[in-house]
Design a protein. Sequence first.
Length: 62
Amino acid sequence: MENSQQLPDSFLELCRSITAKRPKAVIDHILQHGFITTEDLKETYGYNHPPRAARDVRESGI
């Protein structure tokens, strides 16, 4: 993340433990940029159903 906000190590460890492709792509993008848009999900990652990608992250425990 580019800002000064620090995330707990336990949370970062949980994020890094996710191995499924779709939620991992979303999590990595958010950790790097601070947010992700439905346009990012469609254009950058080719996900035609962005809400499903966000749901995968929630279902992973994040």
